[in-house]
Design a protein around this ligand. Structure first.
Ligand code: C2O
Ligand code: CU
Length: 479
């Protein structure tokens, strides 16, 4: 009798010993209805030599909402983008992809975003443009989601020529997939009139992969000898391989930065990370040239050199680690002021109360992830390691980072500046950048469902204060 009772008690005790910590973990993982992103996670000051007098100085901070372009300056380019929702799809000025925006280096771009009937609210993020923080478009971090009937004005100076894109950063894993996006091209001050410019926005609508909204083959008229610059934007969640048949090509620019002395490529394909861009340079040969994307959409330039046959993809990818010629980085990467690690893993746990296998950052689950703290002027080094079972296209807002090494192998080619970097399973990248754009900046995976599953951290500057909250009555949902 007594023994039985002891047994029962022991069993109950053992069960509680398992359940109570689980209940605690479950409860601790639940996100409040509204929270200040800057107060989440734990401050990470980086492993480098930290100069004491910058540390926590300047605590009477600048609010995110005040980090704007010169309000007195007149806009050089003004656009209004009106977002509507029809049958689950998002349209920008009635189309998806939305209108191509074009500007010239140095221009002040002003875009008025109008929400005409989207119940969830919308924002616009300028992917790859190092905008002032208040123009970054992240709901709950840099602005409130723009509710139905409301508007928001984005103002920023475009200071580097290149290929960029815009997309919503409110419920982004849903809104981007359903078409709330478009391309932005910043032209250099002197444009070569001989070079044809063609933007290619890749986007999959449901089960239909498209090129500028068109399935299958798109033809660009061109004559033999013409020079074409093809600006590819990958707006999908997975890497987009492309290959060129009929002519060699050059990788002219990546993520809005020209490469130094890019050589001719033949027999290799190129992989555009999710969110990433690449500019290809091709001279049209007499029989024409075609670019195949993913084996699903095609751009024929001039004639089709294969007469409609689907060419096979080359086996190997161009490796930017050794492509082109080195040049001065303009950054002292040997002596970074901060060193951070961004180790991606996957582990069981609770994400906002939901049990499952979730992405982890440095062993922790969102929101208990590092807040990477920097001071304006710091040279920052990151080691990104992918110890999980899937690739992650990592995107840092507001900055461009240069790749220093991969798996310990130093970069020997052209300076390779990125805002969207594909980190494959098992890979480690070392990157560096200059902290020259104060604010609170997302640093997340651009496979957007992964971001919604917690693969999100932030870079934060000392002396900057939040102006917005995630959740709340504005229902700000950046992911
Ligand atoms: Cu293209 Cu945080 O986004
Ligand atoms: Cu990912």
């Amino acid at each position: 009798m007594l023994r039985d009772r002891w047994r029962t008690l022991a069993a109950v005790g053992a069960t509680l010993a398992i359940l109570l910590p689980l209940a605690w973990m479950w409860n601790a993982s639940r996100l409040p209805d509204s929270y200040d992103m800057a107060a989440m996670g734990y401050p990470d000051w980086g492993g480098g030599p930290v100069d004491e007098h910058h540390g926590m100085a300047g605590m009477h901070g600048t609010a995110v909402a005040d980090l704007v372009a010169d309000p007195a300056r007149r806009a050089d380019v003004s656009e209004t983008l009106t977002v509507t929702k029809e049958a689950g799809r998002y349209l920008v000025n009635g189309t998806s992809p939305g209108p191509l925006l074009e500007a010239t280096v140095g221009d002040l771009v002003e875009v008025r975003l109008v929400n005409d009937g989207v119940p969830d609210g919308v924002t616009l993020h300028w992917h790859g443009v190092d905008v002032p923080n208040a123009a970054d478009g992240v709901a709950g971090v840099t602005q409130d989601a723009v509710a139905d009937g409301e508007e928001y004005v984005y103002r920023f100076v475009v200071d580097r020529p290149g290929t960029y894109w815009y997309h919503s950063h409110q419920v982004s894993h849903e809104q981007v997939r359903q078409g709330l996006l478009g391309a932005l091209v910043v032209h250099p001050t002197s444009v070569d009139p001989e070079v044809r410019d063609q933007v290619v926005v890749l986007h999959r609508y449901g089960s239909s992969p498209t090129l500028n909204g068109t399935e299958g083959v798109t033809t660009l008229d061109a004559d033999p000898g013409d020079e074409v610059r093809i600006r590819v934007v990958n707006t999908d969640n997975g890497m987009a391989p492309l290959w060129v048949t009929g002519a060699p090509y050059r990788v002219l620019a990546v993520d809005g930065t020209d490469l130094n002395q890019p050589g001719e490529v033949t027999g290799e394909k190129y992989g555009v990370p999710a969110g990433g861009r690449v500019d290809l340079g091709i001279t049209v040969p007499p029989d024409g040239v075609r670019v195949d994307f993913n084996g699903t959409t095609t751009l024929v330039v001039g004639q089709d050199p294969t007469d409609g046959d689907q060419p096979k993809a080359p086996e190997e990818f161009v490796d930017l680690l050794s492509y082109g010629e080195p040049a001065d980085l303009g950054l002292d990467v040997e002596h970074p002021d901060r060193r951070f690690e961004y180790r991606i893993g996957k582990r069981p746990g609770f994400l906002d109360g939901r049990p499952g296998m979730w992405w982890s950052i440095n062993g922790h689950l969102f929101p208990d992830v590092p807040m990477f703290m920097v001071t304006e002027g710091d040279v920052v080094a990151f080691e990104i390691h992918n110890g999980s079972d899937d690739a992650h296209p990592m995107h840092l807002h507001g900055h461009h980072a240069v790749v220093l090494s991969r798996d310990g192998k130093p970069a020997t080619g052209s300076p390779w500046w990125v805002d969207s970097l594909e980190v494959k399973v098992g890979e480690s990248y070392e990157i560096a950048f200059l902290a020259d754009n104060p604010g609170i900046w997302m640093d997340h995976c651009h496979n957007l469902p992964h971001a919604a599953e917690g693969l999100v951290a932030h870079l934060m500057y000392t002396g900057v204060e939040s102006s917005f909250r995630v959740g709340g009555d504005r229902d700000n949902q950046p992911e």
